[in-house]
Design a protein around this ligand. Sequence first.
Ligand code: SME
Length: 162
Amino acid sequence: MSHSFAPPGTADRALMYAELLAQARALLDGEKDVTAAMANLGSAIQQTFHWHWVGFYRVVGAELVVGPFQGPVACSPIGRGKGVCGTAWAEGRTVTVPDVDAFPGHIACSAGSRSEIVLPLRGRSGEVAALLDVDSSSFNDFGPVDEHGLAGLCALIEPMLP
Ligand code: SME
């Protein structure tokens, strides 16, 4: 089966998220393996928005370990409370950073990152079990539309997490 994730020809990001969500639902339908799901969802997000880095971290014991991603090599592991990712994990909330250089403790994996959004994914236990991390090469690239759109996509993965 082939899937197309070309941008839908609109600058309306909310519409892009709506179309991507429908495509991702079809793509992940019947998928039981969380690594495969993260890999394909991350690719679909990247093919739609062409961001600097898109990927997942998994909670493994007391650390975050990088999972499937698209983009430059990543920092791993990351401790709880460290950087944007560790903060999103420790506080159990989405963290949106308009200028990564202004975020105390930001972990600079790549000099090309300017803004960042990190969403926690809760597994069946209700605990944060993974994170979605997206980096942009533009300042202030993420807002409420992204928080909502990316959360909808993460919800496709959450039932597969412990
Ligand atoms: N910048 C992140 C680290 C992960 S990379 O961006 C892939 C942070 O501060 O947690």
